[in-house]
Design a protein around this ligand. Structure first.
Ligand code: IPE
Ligand code: IPE
Ligand code: MG
Length: 236
């Protein structure tokens, strides 16, 4: 009993958790529902997971909602996802009440202008929140982000000698620490172009649970696994 308590006290909460919200389509299929019903259920799960992370003291949560490759999906599915995003953004005032700060990563310019405006509004409304910083990756791709950073750097006129690891990091969409823990549900064991640069030293945790079924308990399992890892960053 005493030993268990001591272990609990030492337990580290990762500063930045990143999640790949995958498995919505399979969740819907299993229930004989349209894929967009899975995306709607996934959006609810995201709200619950953000609240949970806020409660346990995670500082940053970055969730993959729509990739630069997801435009390949049928038009009706893409529209369905964008409508769910609209509903989510309209509801974002509830986050402010819970002291959660909202942000977004990815190329917004390809999104409908009303969605861009809702994103701007959500950021503005929650800018003074001091709890969880919660970022949604929308029209996000890790390679696209690096291309974007390289263009910015070239346009700023710096010489090749001035290009450093830090300069590249500073030109990415993420202006916050790299993820400590990356979680992917739904049984897929890949990054799918998520946080390609930032994940260099992240710990990975995979689960077979489909995203709409994901809960605080699964976050706890991931954090438990994280606590058993030894991060060495190339050292000894
Ligand atoms: C993730 O769920 C959500 C998005 C990519 C937008 P999927 O839609 O990829 O679900 P599966 O992988 O088909 O089950
Ligand atoms: C990754 O899931 C993107 C998001 C969850 C937003 P995908 O379902 O698009 O990834 P792949 O196609 O299985 O690699
Ligand atoms: Mg998928």
């Amino acid at each position: 009993m005493f030993f268990k308590k001591k272990t609990d006290e030492k337990r580290v909460i990762p500063t930045h958790i990143a999640v790949i919200m995958d498995g919505n389509g399979r969740w819907a299929k299993k229930r004989g529902l349209p894929r967009n019903a899975g995306h709607a259920a996934g959006s609810k799960t995201f709200k619950e997971i953000a609240r949970y992370c806020n409660k346990i003291g995670v500082k940053y949560l970055t969730a993959y909602a729509f990739s630069t490759e997801n435009w390949k999906r049928p038009e009706s599915e893409v529209q369905g996802i964008m409508n769910i995003l609209r509903d989510y953004l309209k509801d974002s005032k509830n986050y402010v009440k819970e002291n959660i700060k909202l942000g977004f990563i990815g190329d917004r310019t390809a999104l409908d202008s009303d969605i861009q405006e809702l994103m701007r509004q959500a950021e503005e409304d929650s800018k003074n929140a001091t709890g969880l910083k919660c970022y949604l990756a929308i029209n996000y791709g890790g390679r696209d982000e690096i291309v974007h950073a390289v263009k910015n750097i070239i346009n700023s006129g710096v010489s090749a000698d001035e290009v450093t690891d830090k300069l590249i990091s500073d030109n990415l969409y993420t202006d916050y620490p790299d993820p400590d823990l990356i979680i992917r549900p739904s049984g897929e064991l890949r990054l799918s172009n998520y946080l390609v640069w930032q994940s260099a030293y992240s710990e990975f945790w995979f689960s077979d649970v489909l995203w709409p079924d994901f809960s605080g308990k699964d976050i706890e399992k991931a954090i438990d696994a994280y606590n058993k890892r030894e991060r060495r960053f190339g050292g000894v």
